[in-house]
Design a binder for this molecule. Structure first.
Ligand SMILES: [Fe+2]
Ligand SMILES: [Fe+2]
Length: 171
């Protein structure tokens, strides 16, 4: 059975993942509004992924005979200055989430909760990818500067991203 301390810490992370989901959905709406449907699609997929992160954490608590809870979380901002501002904010946010996941691993170690330590490794790896993918888009946006052609091309590329449900995704 999961310890009370670990349960509460993971339940806090469930709320943090839902916050991420709402933030990415708000970013998707902003990007749609500035006529970048491909970027908006990329963020919509990001939103869907964050919901699965919340569920994965929630399910872990339940499987360990604990009680999953959805705690309150803040409202996301809804406006940004530019597409670059959106992706720089996303990158800064993912860096914060990485610190939260690392903190959960520290708690799992302190609690001698081996099952949670192993379970959380998936999130440790996922955060490496999350930071890398946000950073790659920030870098491309910076490289293209004011090029409308470059922005159009990248928008078309990001339109290709599709949500892969976790059951079908390679773990
Ligand atoms: Fe996440
Ligand atoms: Fe994320």
């Amino acid at each position: 059975m999961i310890s009370q301390k670990m349960q509460e810490a993971i339940n806090e992370q469930v709320a943090a993942e839902f916050y991420s989901a709402h933030m990415y959905l708000a970013m998707s709406a902003y990007l749609q509004d500035i006529d970048l449907p491909g970027f908006a699609n990329w963020m919509r997929v990001q939103y869907q992924e964050e919901v699965t992160h919340a569920e994965k954490l929630f399910d872990h608590v339940m499987e360990r005979d604990g009680r999953g809870k959805v705690k309150a979380f803040d409202a996301s901002p809804v406006e940004w200055k530019s597409v670059l501002d959106v992706f720089e904010s996303a990158l800064a946010h993912e860096r914060k989430v990485t610190a939260m996941i690392n903190n959960l691993v520290d708690i799992a170690q302190a609690e001698k909760d081996h099952a949670s330590q192993i379970f959380l490794q998936w999130f440790v790896n996922e955060q490496v990818e999350e930071e890398a993918s946000a950073k790659a888009i920030v870098q491309q946006l910076k490289l293209m500067g004011d090029s409308k052609a470059g922005l159009f091309q990248l928008d078309r590329e990001l339109a290709q991203r599709m949500f892969v449900p976790p059951a079908a995704a390679a773990e």
